[in-house]
Design a protein around this ligand. Structure first.
Ligand SMILES: [Fe+2]
Ligand SMILES: [Fe+2]
Length: 295
């Protein structure tokens, strides 16, 4: 078994060597825009201007069926695209396109792969956002972002600890039918929530995002709004597992805890069914415009 502290240090060293600092810097700028009520479409446009693949994804999204207008005019510029899909949705596109870069890898373990984890991360983000709007939760914090980033620690383990316990942990998860987190403790001496939160904190993620990353498996959250956000991520995970959207670190032994999150959110069967149906529509749309492909 590896030592937990040693694993974290190897991840931090790996990030330095891979010069991934450029991803956090652009990500940081988007997060700043997200939390700044004065931020304008022009600020967001400037971010798209710096990153070609985000701009391409934005135009594709704006020209997709979901956002097509009656006149069906084709949108060609970043500014027009932001106006068409709206500031919040454009911000989701920007942050997702940049995060997507971290999920590039062809290594697989049973049915696990980074592209499948990408699918899981995006779907948990979409589900958390849909839960918030269906339950009319005050959106002072961004549920999409929390869902998108909740398993960032798994990505880091994959990239920097693959041969040092991560591969064995995932293989053991499939062989034993237990949760990834249990196997991480055995093979790595630490877990993805701990690694993800530590790196997120160093990258300057906001407190509520770091909290959702750190506690999405144990719910040890004191702040009530952060707690609601963490519940939403957990319920969304359960919905995505039911729909079989991507890889899931969820397992049956956690069902009780997920039920508690559902109750805490006041989610009844009718609303849960509605959210699930909306999630299915959004999933189909994202699949149509190739969002789940990690290029
Ligand atoms: Fe997780
Ligand atoms: Fe997850």
């Amino acid at each position: 078994m590896s030592d937990g502290k040693d694993c974290l240090n190897r991840v931090l060293l790996g990030l330095q060597n891979e010069q991934l600092s450029t991803i956090p810097s652009i990500l940081f700028q988007i997060l700043q825009i997200s939390s700044d009520p004065q931020a304008s479409a022009a600020d967001l446009g400037a971010i798209f201007g710096k990153d070609q693949s985000s701009a391409a994804r934005l135009l594709k999204t704006a020209n997709s069926v979901l956002h097509s207008t009656l006149t069906r005019t084709h949108v060609d510029t970043i500014e027009e695209a932001i106006v068409r899909i709206g500031f919040k949705a454009a911000r989701e596109v920007a942050v997702s396109a940049i995060i997507c870069d971290l999920f590039k890898s062809s290594r697989t373990i049973h049915e696990y792969s980074l592209p499948r984890l990408w699918q899981h991360s995006m779907c948990v983000g979409m589900g958390a956002r849909l839960l918030y709007s269906s339950l009319s939760v005050n959106r002072s914090y961004d549920p999409y972002l929390a869902g998108l980033l909740h398993d960032i620690g798994i990505v880091l383990e994959h990239q920097f600890l693959f041969e040092d316990g991560f591969r064995d942990a995932v293989a053991a998860q499939y062989q034993s039918g237990t949760s990834l987190i249990e196997q991480e403790r055995l093979f790595l001496g630490t877990t993805h929530d701990v690694i993800g939160a530590e790196v997120g904190r160093r990258w300057g993620f906001a407190d509520h995002i770091v909290t959702a990353i750190r506690h999405h498996h144990d719910l040890e959250v004191q702040n009530e709004e952060y707690r609601t956000l963490t519940h939403a991520v957990r319920v969304s995970e359960a919905l995505c597992a039911e729909l079989d959207y991507g890889y899931s670190d969820f397992d049956r032994s956690q069902e009780e805890a997920y039920r508690a999150s559902r109750e805490a959110l006041g989610l009844d069967d009718q609303i849960a069914g509605m959210v699930k149906a909306q999630l299915e529509i959004e999933y189909m749309h994202m699949e149509q415009i190739d969002w789940f492909r990690v290029a």
